[in-house]
Design a protein around this ligand. Structure first.
Ligand SMILES: Cc1ncc(COP(=O)(O)O)c(C=O)c1O
Length: 422
């Protein structure tokens, strides 16, 4: 059978593929240090689990836009907790934010401006849709964040509508845009009338300086509300990736009609019991405790892995949110090339998996040049349930849970020994 050209060049998502091979190797008895997959280690919040069980009997389809009470609960949750002025009728519920991003890219005309590095799926989605892409390289010196002058340069050179994908905190870098950085980008966004798809799936997992339990990463929506679509969902901060529920908030009602039509002709509506479960979760007053515990634990896990990287002379920035650290092996370039014949991020990842059982993802999967020797580290391969209970037992002392992260530190030590022996 003949396959359309857009589909034939696409491979399986790199994150899902590395997870499958790491798990297969583990099942066969190998010791694997698995930094390849960004899945939440924590248990699903009880209100979400209970909500799903109690609503399993519901069998009817819901409106394609979503359960109205859930749209309202999400708007209220974001308004009350994080000061984001979402309009309930402009919220759409989808089977994960990934699907909604694809649908938005389908519905919206124009060239996609993509900062590099950025999440593995944006570029393949645009390729599937035959959409022009403008890549904006971001540098270590700028914490891999898009600079307003680079955005302005991109916008000025694109004719027709311009779309921008922003993701903060970022997968793969763990970096978060500050309010003033977003304000500066917003000036360019409004000047060139750029439509922003703001992927805020990690925004509730943010622990920048002086942050409290209720703080969330700043949103570009606060600075360019008429240009910004916000997407988020249950998968990361609420540990329920497999529930497949995400949402988007549209800036204008004129996107409602085509998006609603698209939904009605594709997935119809998200599973009814899952939407009722999400309703129970978004109205659960205990959720703030769950988030604050998750953040404490993740902050500790990521900072221990970061310390281990620095002690190994691997350049990396401390994460301020999410699950990831982006590490740069350029200080090891000479011995890697000379002694190991490794010239690219993909060769590096393959060799580390084959020789040391360490699973990373190469920077090339995130839109970086392969020779730049960057890799993404997901620091979430630990027992989140145990981490919760030991945090509760030890009266909120993060160091008491550090033991759970030892295997993640050990993997980096093994890597360092290997590098030094080159
Ligand atoms: C940056 C980013 N956006 C979106 C998603 C997908 O989220 P969902 O499960 O809501 O489709 C992920 C999941 O890995 C992600 O890392």
């Amino acid at each position: 059978m003949k396959v359309r050209k857009e589909a034939s060049g696409i491979k399986e998502s790199a994150t899902l593929a590395i997870n499958q091979s790491a798990l297969r190797l583990r099942k066969n008895g190998a010791t694997i240090y698995h930094y390849g997959f960004g899945q939440s280690p924590f248990p699903v919040p009880m209100s979400l689990q209970r909500g799903l069980a109690e609503n399993a009997w519901r069998k009817n389809y819901l409106p394609g836009t979503g359960l109205p009470e859930l749209q309202e609960a999400i708007a209220e949750y974001y308004r009350k907790n994080f000061g984001l002025d979402f309009k309930k009728e402009q919220i759409l519920i989808g089977p994960g934010s990934k699907e909604l991003l694809f649908d938005l890219l389908f519905v919206l005309e124009g060239t996609l401006i993509l900062p590099a590095p950025s999440w593995v799926s944006y570029e393949p989605q645009a390729i599937l849709l035959n959409k022009p892409i403008y890549s904006c390289p971001c540098r270590y010196e700028h914490a891999y964040k898009l600079q307003p002058e680079d955005l302005a340069k991109a916008a000025a050179s694109i004719s027709g509508q311009k779309l921008l994908l922003l993701n903060s905190p970022s997968n793969p870098t763990g970096q978060t845009y500050s309010a003033s950085e977003l304000e500066a980008l917003a000036k360019v966004i409004t000047h060139y009338d750029i439509t922003v798809l703001s992927d805020e799936i990690y925004a509730e997992l943010f622990w920048g300086e002086g942050m409290g339990a209720k703080d969330r990463a700043p949103s570009i929506f606060n600075f360019a509300p008429d240009n910004t679509v916000v997407t988020s969902g249950l998968s990361k901060a609420y540990s329920a990736g497999g529930y497949r529920l995400g949402f988007c908030h549209l800036p204008t009602r004129n996107l409602l009609k085509p998006m609603t039509a698209f939904i009605s002709e594709t997935f119809s509506a998200v599973s009814t019991p899952t939407q009722y479960a999400a309703l129970a979760m978004y109205t659960d007053p205990e959720l703030a405790i769950y988030l604050s515990q998750s953040k404490k634990i993740l902050k500790e896990a990521l900072s221990l892995v970061h310390d281990a990287l620095l002690a190994s002379d691997i350049r990396a920035l401390a994460a301020t949110g999410g699950f990831y650290i982006y590490a740069d092996f350029s200080l090891w370039r000479e011995p890697l090339e000379r002694a190991a014949g490794i010239f690219s991020s993909s060769e590096l990842c393959q060799r580390l998996l084959d020789e040391l059982g360490i699973a990373f993802l190469p920077g090339v999967d995130f839109g970086m040049p392969d020779e730049s020797l960057g890799i993404r580290i997901a620091a979430v391969d630990f027992d989140g349930k145990k981490a919760f209970s030991s945090l509760e037992r030890s009266h909120a002392s993060p160091s008491a849970i550090s033991l759970l992260f030892s295997p993640m530190q050990e993997g980096i030590t093994i890597l360092h020994t290997w590098l030094k022996a080159l």
